[in-house]
Structure formats: C-alpha cells, structure tokens
Design a protein around this ligand. Structure first.
Ligand SMILES: *Cc1c(COP(=O)(O)O)cnc(C)c1O
Length: 388
C-alpha cells in the first residue's frame, strides 16, 4: 500500500498557469487589441532574446509554423524532404501540405533522435540534388547536433528546419566547445516551437518560428497574413493610405494579442520551469539506475526534458497498470511511417526497425514543473511495483 495518494490524476505533462498569467490575459482583453496588438511584437522580441536568435515570428500553432517554413523554403511537388519517424506527425505533414515527398530515416536507439549517419547513407545513395531539405526534431528535449546536420546539408544542398517544439532552452555543445541553443539559427535555416499546453511555454494554441535569415523573416511575415504586405517599400504601386498588396497566396496564421500576453508572462518562468524539469529528470535517472528493467533515454547537460521517456519490456502492461493508479503516461510516438496515411504513400511496417523497436517499449512518464516531489515519488513507486 502507498501512504501517498494523489489528489489529482497525474498526466505525462500539464500546463502551469499562475494568477499573473491570468492577469496578463485579462489586461489584454480590456485593451484595444484582441488580435494584432503590441503584445505580438513584444512576445516575438522577448522570445528571440530568450532563444538567442535575430528574428521570431509568432503564429497560430506549431503546425502552422511548420507549414509556413515549408512554404517559405519553396517546398512543392517533386521535392523530397528527410525527417525522422519518431516525431509528431506534423513534422512530416508540412511537406505534404506543399505537395512534397517525405522520406523517413531511422533513429539512434540511445537517444531516439534522427540518425545523422543514416541520413548520410540515404543522401549518398542518390544523385546530388535528389533531396531538398532536412527536418531534424529535438525529440523529448534533447538537441540534435545541428553542426553535423549543417555539414551534411551544405554537402548535399539541403535546407534545414529544426523542429524544436520539445526544446526551448535546450542546447548542444558544438565542436569549438560552445553551447548552441535550440532554435538559435546558427545552423538551421528556420526553427519552430509550439505553445500547446503540454509544451514548456503554454498559451493553449500558439507557435513561433525563429531564424537569423532576414529574407525568410520578411517572407514569413507576409505568408502569416494572407500574403499581404503594407510595406510601401515592397509594393508594386501605391494607390493611397489604404493600399496594401496581396503578392502571393498566404494564410491567416496569426497568433492573437491575448495569447501573446500569456506567452510573455509564461516566458518569465521559462528558466525556472526548465530547471525543475531537469531536477525531476535527474531524480528519475537516479531511481531507475537501480531498476535494470527500466531503461531511460540518454541524458545530456543541455536536455530540455519536454518528456521523460523510459523503455520497459512490457510497455502495454505498465501503461495499463499506471492508469489504474491514476497515472496517465503516454506513448511518444507511434512511428509516423506506420500511420495508415503514410502507408498509403508507400511506407511499410519493418522499414525502420530501430524506430519500431523503440515504439514497442517506450513510455513517457509524468514530467512537468508543477509535479510535486511526493507525486514523483509515487510515480517511481508505482513503476517499481510493476516491474519489480
Ligand atoms: C507539438 C508539436 C508540434 C505541433 O505543434 P502544435 O502547436 O500542436 O500544432 C510539432 N512537432 C512536434 C515535435 C511537437 O511536439
């Protein structure tokens, strides 16, 4: 029997909303702007500063961010883009929105990140120019080594979109010993983030694109709002003060002012939340070091810990058992190439055995800043009870 009983179901992730967050939204609701007001630019500026990048573009969600990135980089039918199978489907879907082909590669089993060596083999087995882009994913919060990805990209003429949804505040150490923060645009052309409630910064719906490239930045601003520009310097003519020009087919992918106000307020706690995630992860690491049946994914100093993933022999058994204990673990991810939609495009079970093997055993257990020490101990005890 457990002495501790959780007072709430414990999910794998959850948002943390304070009174200050609520106040920030309420103030914006009473202001003149509900959609494109001053909070948008303020959030973009503060987020860019946090990430250490020149430009940030707020958009309606992470999927819209991916779609706009693919459009800005010119993805179209006939183009081929490489990504990992262990990710959320949106990382691949953005290529399909633009009519491009998705080519998956397998993972490195120690990290569950895209295997850059497998990417090289794929690139080398086709003529140069066959592939157009690469979408690496900082899965679970562990940064992909984008310096190595960039070398590949330069060698084979690819662009890079870093899907950094799991990793605001994460970093890897480059070959000169410098910390490179996820989304900082040093190696990737574009990077994207999501503010879905389970992510580090939660606004309900919301997303951000970051880049150091001024050309892509200007293009994204236009695509975010119908392909329209109001900048006289960019217009082909000017009929008067009202005049604006729709220059290409864009979308309404704007993030409203009130959600940007929430994002600004959340951002003030980003470092504290990240520190708590790392502290909780270290406690899980220590607890599971004594349980050989529980294999966590590789740790690293720059890990941003969106997820804490373990691999166990009987994953379904553990998942079901934890539910009976009010612990709602989750599986990240079902390999995208095995989804019926992608099977219809030629994917087959068995194509990427390491990703499929990982999927058979993985489980994301609760990890979020407001998870209490007692709740975490309860999760550890329940896992131990099942595997022991
Ligand atoms: C959450 C997520 C997305 C999509 O973000 P939304 O804001 O939900 O559209 C894309 N990629 C990854 C890896 C994600 O975790």
């Amino acid at each position: 029997m457990h002495t501790f009983q959780p007072s709430r179901p414990i999910a794998y992730g959850r948002q943390h909303i304070t009174d200050e967050d609520v106040q920030a939204v309420v103030e914006t609701l009473h202001s003149d702007y509900l959609t494109q007001g001053p909070k948008v630019a303020e959030f973009e500026e503060k987020f860019a500063e946090y990430i250490g990048v020149k430009y940030a573009v707020a958009v309606s969600n992470g999927t819209a961010a991916l779609h706009l990135c693919a459009l800005a980089l010119g993805v179209r039918p006939g183009q081929r883009v490489i990504t990992t199978s262990i990710t959320f489907a949106a990382s691949a879907n953005c290529v399909r929105y633009c009519g491009g082909e998705v080519h998956f590669v397998d993972i490195d089993p120690a990290t569950a990140l895209i295997d850059l060596q497998a990417v090289r083999w794929l690139l080398e087995s086709h003529p140069k120019g066959y592939f157009h882009g690469l979408i690496p994913v900082d899965f679970a919060g562990l940064a992909v080594n984008l310096e190595q990805a960039r070398q590949l990209a330069d060698e084979f003429g690819l662009w890079i979109i870093e899907d950094a949804c799991h990793a605001p505040g994460g970093f890897f150490t480059d070959s000169t010993g410098q910390e490179q923060r996820c989304g900082n645009g040093q190696f990737a052309d574009l990077a994207i983030f999501s503010f879905h409630p389970v992510k580090h910064i939660a606004t309900g719906e919301g997303g951000m694109i970051t880049t150091n490239r001024a050309d892509l930045y200007q293009e994204l601003l236009k695509l975010r709002t119908h392909g329209i520009t109001k900048d006289p310097g960019q217009m082909s003519r000017n009929d008067g003060g009202w005049y604006m020009e729709m220059q290409e087919l864009g979308y309404n992918y704007r993030m409203p002012d009130m959600l940007c106000a929430l994002g600004i307020s959340q951002l003030t706690r980003a470092n504290a939340g990240l520190a708590r995630r790392r502290q909780l992860a270290a406690r899980y690491d220590a607890a599971f070091a004594e349980l050989p049946a529980v294999q966590p994914l590789a740790s690293a100093p720059g890990h941003a810990y969106h997820l804490y993933v373990i691999q166990v022999p009987d994953r379904k058994g553990l998942y079901d058992f934890l539910r009976t204990r009010q612990i709602f673990a989750q599986v990240h991810y079902i390999p995208v190439h095995t989804m019926p939609y992608y099977q219809g495009l030629g994917g087959h079970a068995g194509d990427f055995p390491l990703a499929e093997q990982y999927y058979a055993h993985c489980l994301s257990i609760p990890l979020f800043p407001s998870l209490s020490d007692e709740e975490q101990q309860y999760v550890i005890d329940c896992v131990r009870e099942f595997v022991g």
